[in-house]
Design a protein around this ligand. Structure first.
Ligand code: CA
Ligand code: CA
Length: 109
């Protein structure tokens, strides 16, 4: 029981951004991806293909995550690559991938 646990290098997080134009290696399987698409559509209330701050807030809440409006604002600031103050599906996926990676790290410790 003394084998060292595999440690995820922090570098991995940045690769998500670097590879954003190529099909990024997603930690989600097809079914999960499909559910994320549905989730995105469901919470995109005005159907403009993007989730704004309020839409993203209810979306993340619905996944059972404990978020604050402040965290959502920060997430949008970080993942909104085209500067429209909302996340399109691609930007949204970057956020979800990041959340999944963070989740994994927390569960491992
Ligand atoms: Ca919208
Ligand atoms: Ca955007």
């Amino acid at each position: 029981m003394s084998a060292p646990h595999h440690i995820t290098k922090p570098l991995l997080h940045f690769q998500v951004f670097k590879m954003s134009s190529a099909p990024a290696k997603s930690p989600f399987n097809e079914k999960e991806l499909d559910e994320l698409k549905k989730l995105f559509k469901k919470h995109d209330k005005n159907s403009d293909g993007r989730v704004d701050k309020a839409e993203l807030f209810t979306l993340i809440k619905s996944t059972g995550e404990d978020v604050t409006a402040d965290m959502v604002a920060k997430a949008i600031a970080e993942f909104d690559t085209n500067g429209d103050k909302a996340l399109d599906f691609k930007e949204f996926m970057s956020l979800m991938i990041q959340l999944r990676l963070m989740d994994k790290e927390q569960n491992q410790s």
